[in-house]
Design a protein. Structure first.
Lengths: 151, 102
């Protein structure tokens, strides 16, 4: 497999306050915008980031204050990879957590967060250690549009 | 940003929801919507989504929770005017089968 060069990278960390959910979406949006994504592609990424950050706030840190780390990379082939990491409680059974409709949250949680990430992104990988934290890696290729102004 | 009453008549209670629906905003929205429903106990509750700019699965939870509440109270629930990108996640969730999305 050909390895593509990373052409841009960002790191972001913020505390797990729920009003930072919109901050995380806006920041990722601004970073990804340099690839000139369609509004649909951008919405897919924003929604997936929102789901992952919400998981950190509502589940990993369970409304306590901890730090959420986001790393995003853009590759020369138009692929974006986003890593969202917490040092929270961890997930005991990742496969179960990723099942649609499974939730440990209350009746107003849909249990569809991971299902949305898997559907809206090209690839989602979850690594979790109980008591240590969780890392969600998501990737999506932004389709290059012709006729767009380069630089 | 938030929840407000658009109209309230015998026909029903129409509530506008605006801004982003996420885990942060949805808890306040839920409290407001439920207080309106409980106060007016209408025959139909119409949630107008035309001003919703973004929504993640917290919005699905918000709709599902209101569906359960209204069903228990014998009230009909409708979700109207969702923009295409908001509609997409609603359709993805499968709650379309409840017949509330107009």
């Amino acid at each position: 497999m050909k390895k593509y060069e990373c052409i841009n990278e960002m790191d972001l960390s913020f505390i797990s306050k729920s009003n930072n959910e919109s901050f995380a979406r806006a920041t990722i949006s601004a970073f990804v915008s340099q690839l000139d994504p369609t509004i649909d592609e951008l919405t897919d990424i924003k929604t997936s980031v929102s789901e992952a950050v919400t998981n950190c706030i509502a589940h990993a840190y369970n409304e306590q204050i901890g730090i959420i780390y986001i790393n995003a990379k853009i590759f020369s082939n138009g692929k974006i990879s986003i890593k969202i990491r917490d040092k929270g409680v961890g997930i005991d059974d990742v496969d179960q957590a990723m099942e649609p409709l499974f939730t440990t949250g209350g009746s107003d949680r849909s249990g569809l967060g991971f299902a949305v990430m898997k559907s809206f992104m090209d690839r989602v990988k979850v690594k979790s250690y109980v008591g240590k934290g969780t890392t969600v890696l998501m990737e999506k290729s932004i389709i290059r549009r012709s006729n767009k102004n380069e630089k | 940003m938030g929840v407000s009453i658009l109209s309230n008549s015998k026909e029903g209670l129409k509530i506008s929801i605006s801004g982003d629906i996420d885990h942060h905003s949805s808890s306040d929205m839920r409290i407001k919507i439920d207080s309106f429903i409980e106060k007016y106990h209408p025959k139909i509750v119409i949630l107008d989504f035309s001003s919703v700019s973004f929504m993640d699965t917290s919005g699905i939870g918000l709709i599902l929770g209101r569906f359960k509440l209204t069903e228990r109270m014998g009230i009909k629930l409708e979700v109207v005017n969702a923009r295409n990108r908001v509609k997409r996640i609603i359709e993805f969730s499968g709650i379309k089968s409840l017949g509330i999305l107009k």
